[in-house]
Design a protein around this ligand. Structure first.
Ligand code: SME
Length: 145
Protein backbone atom coordinates (compact mmCIF):
# COMPACT_ATOMS: atom_id res chain seq x y z
CA UNK A 1 0.00 0.00 0.00
CA UNK A 2 2.73 2.43 1.00
CA UNK A 3 4.75 2.20 -2.23
CA UNK A 4 1.65 2.60 -4.38
CA UNK A 5 0.42 5.65 -2.45
CA UNK A 6 3.82 7.35 -2.48
CA UNK A 7 4.11 6.75 -6.23
CA UNK A 8 0.60 8.08 -6.90
CA UNK A 9 1.06 11.21 -4.80
CA UNK A 10 4.64 12.10 -5.71
CA UNK A 11 5.06 15.83 -6.36
CA UNK A 12 1.44 16.68 -5.41
CA UNK A 13 0.94 19.38 -2.77
CA UNK A 14 -2.81 20.01 -2.96
CA UNK A 15 -4.27 18.71 0.30
CA UNK A 16 -7.64 17.65 -1.17
CA UNK A 17 -5.99 15.79 -4.07
CA UNK A 18 -3.80 13.95 -1.55
CA UNK A 19 -6.76 13.17 0.72
CA UNK A 20 -8.84 11.83 -2.19
CA UNK A 21 -6.05 9.53 -3.32
CA UNK A 22 -5.37 8.21 0.17
CA UNK A 23 -9.06 7.65 0.94
CA UNK A 24 -9.41 5.54 -2.20
CA UNK A 25 -6.24 3.52 -1.78
CA UNK A 26 -6.62 2.84 1.94
CA UNK A 27 -10.29 1.96 1.60
CA UNK A 28 -9.65 -0.63 -1.07
CA UNK A 29 -6.50 -2.10 0.46
CA UNK A 30 -7.12 -2.13 4.24
CA UNK A 31 -8.89 -5.38 5.19
CA UNK A 32 -11.03 -3.83 7.97
CA UNK A 33 -11.79 -0.25 6.95
CA UNK A 34 -15.48 0.02 6.03
CA UNK A 35 -15.47 3.83 5.96
CA UNK A 36 -12.29 5.71 5.11
CA UNK A 37 -12.02 9.45 4.89
CA UNK A 38 -10.84 12.83 6.01
CA UNK A 39 -12.33 15.65 8.01
CA UNK A 40 -10.68 19.01 7.25
CA UNK A 41 -10.07 21.91 9.61
CA UNK A 42 -12.08 24.74 8.01
CA UNK A 43 -12.45 27.21 10.88
CA UNK A 44 -11.26 27.46 14.50
CA UNK A 45 -12.37 24.29 16.32
CA UNK A 46 -14.38 23.04 13.33
CA UNK A 47 -14.03 20.01 11.05
CA UNK A 48 -15.87 19.54 7.77
CA UNK A 49 -16.14 16.41 5.64
CA UNK A 50 -13.40 15.87 3.08
CA UNK A 51 -12.76 13.12 0.53
CA UNK A 52 -14.04 9.72 1.65
CA UNK A 53 -15.12 6.25 0.57
CA UNK A 54 -18.02 4.29 2.03
CA UNK A 55 -21.50 5.37 3.09
CA UNK A 56 -22.25 9.04 3.70
CA UNK A 57 -20.50 10.73 6.60
CA UNK A 58 -21.83 13.59 8.71
CA UNK A 59 -20.80 16.94 7.23
CA UNK A 60 -19.66 18.96 10.23
CA UNK A 61 -17.91 17.93 13.46
CA UNK A 62 -16.90 20.49 16.11
CA UNK A 63 -13.61 19.76 17.92
CA UNK A 64 -15.71 19.22 21.05
CA UNK A 65 -17.52 16.17 19.66
CA UNK A 66 -16.85 12.58 18.68
CA UNK A 67 -13.72 10.60 18.08
CA UNK A 68 -12.64 12.88 15.23
CA UNK A 69 -13.13 15.96 17.41
CA UNK A 70 -11.07 14.37 20.20
CA UNK A 71 -8.23 13.71 17.77
CA UNK A 72 -8.30 17.26 16.39
CA UNK A 73 -8.56 18.78 19.90
CA UNK A 74 -5.74 16.79 21.48
CA UNK A 75 -3.57 16.15 18.43
CA UNK A 76 -3.39 12.53 19.60
CA UNK A 77 -4.24 9.33 17.72
CA UNK A 78 -7.57 7.89 18.84
CA UNK A 79 -7.72 4.09 18.52
CA UNK A 80 -11.18 3.12 19.79
CA UNK A 81 -11.72 -0.66 20.00
CA UNK A 82 -15.41 -0.32 20.98
CA UNK A 83 -17.21 2.84 19.90
CA UNK A 84 -20.08 2.16 22.33
CA UNK A 85 -17.66 2.81 25.19
CA UNK A 86 -16.43 6.16 23.80
CA UNK A 87 -18.34 9.05 25.36
CA UNK A 88 -19.77 11.29 22.64
CA UNK A 89 -19.05 8.97 19.74
CA UNK A 90 -20.89 10.22 16.64
CA UNK A 91 -22.64 7.30 14.93
CA UNK A 92 -22.72 8.15 11.23
CA UNK A 93 -23.35 4.46 10.61
CA UNK A 94 -24.96 2.11 13.13
CA UNK A 95 -22.76 -0.74 11.85
CA UNK A 96 -19.50 0.91 13.02
CA UNK A 97 -17.90 -1.00 15.92
CA UNK A 98 -14.35 0.43 16.09
CA UNK A 99 -12.43 3.45 14.80
CA UNK A 100 -8.93 4.75 14.25
CA UNK A 101 -8.48 8.52 13.87
CA UNK A 102 -5.11 10.19 13.24
CA UNK A 103 -4.12 13.87 13.01
CA UNK A 104 -3.00 15.13 9.59
CA UNK A 105 -0.35 17.87 9.68
CA UNK A 106 1.76 19.50 7.02
CA UNK A 107 5.51 19.99 7.31
CA UNK A 108 5.00 23.25 9.23
CA UNK A 109 3.01 21.36 11.86
CA UNK A 110 -0.29 22.97 10.80
CA UNK A 111 -3.25 20.66 11.51
CA UNK A 112 -4.99 20.16 8.16
CA UNK A 113 -7.55 17.65 9.41
CA UNK A 114 -7.90 14.06 10.56
CA UNK A 115 -7.94 10.67 8.87
CA UNK A 116 -10.85 8.53 10.08
CA UNK A 117 -11.00 4.77 9.54
CA UNK A 118 -14.24 3.12 10.71
CA UNK A 119 -14.74 -0.64 10.91
CA UNK A 120 -17.76 -2.89 11.29
CA UNK A 121 -15.40 -5.30 13.12
CA UNK A 122 -14.75 -4.71 16.84
CA UNK A 123 -11.16 -3.92 17.84
CA UNK A 124 -10.12 -3.82 14.17
CA UNK A 125 -7.12 -1.50 14.32
CA UNK A 126 -3.69 -2.44 15.65
CA UNK A 127 -0.64 -0.63 16.99
CA UNK A 128 0.96 -1.52 13.63
CA UNK A 129 -1.84 0.39 11.87
CA UNK A 130 -1.18 3.39 14.12
CA UNK A 131 2.55 3.38 13.30
CA UNK A 132 2.02 2.68 9.61
CA UNK A 133 -0.53 5.46 9.06
CA UNK A 134 1.38 7.96 11.21
CA UNK A 135 4.44 7.57 9.00
CA UNK A 136 2.42 7.52 5.77
CA UNK A 137 0.55 10.74 6.64
CA UNK A 138 3.80 12.46 7.55
CA UNK A 139 5.42 11.45 4.25
CA UNK A 140 2.42 12.31 2.07
CA UNK A 141 1.36 15.62 3.68
CA UNK A 142 4.78 17.12 4.52
CA UNK A 143 4.57 19.51 1.55
CA UNK A 144 0.78 19.91 1.53
CA UNK A 145 -0.86 23.31 1.27
N1 SME B 1 -17.68 8.39 14.24
C1 SME B 1 -16.97 9.62 14.03
C2 SME B 1 -17.73 10.50 13.10
C3 SME B 1 -17.39 10.36 11.69
S1 SME B 1 -18.10 9.14 10.91
O1 SME B 1 -18.38 7.93 11.58
C4 SME B 1 -17.87 9.01 9.31
C5 SME B 1 -16.71 10.34 15.32
O2 SME B 1 -17.22 9.96 16.36
O3 SME B 1 -15.99 11.32 15.29
Amino acid sequence: MRGQILALTEGETDAVALMATLACEIHHLHPFSDWTGFYRVVAPELLKIGPYQGGHGCLVIPFSRGVCGACARTGEIQNVPDVDLFPGHIACSSSTRSELVLPVRNGDGVLLGVLDLDSNTPNAFTAEDEAFFTQLLEDVFCKAK
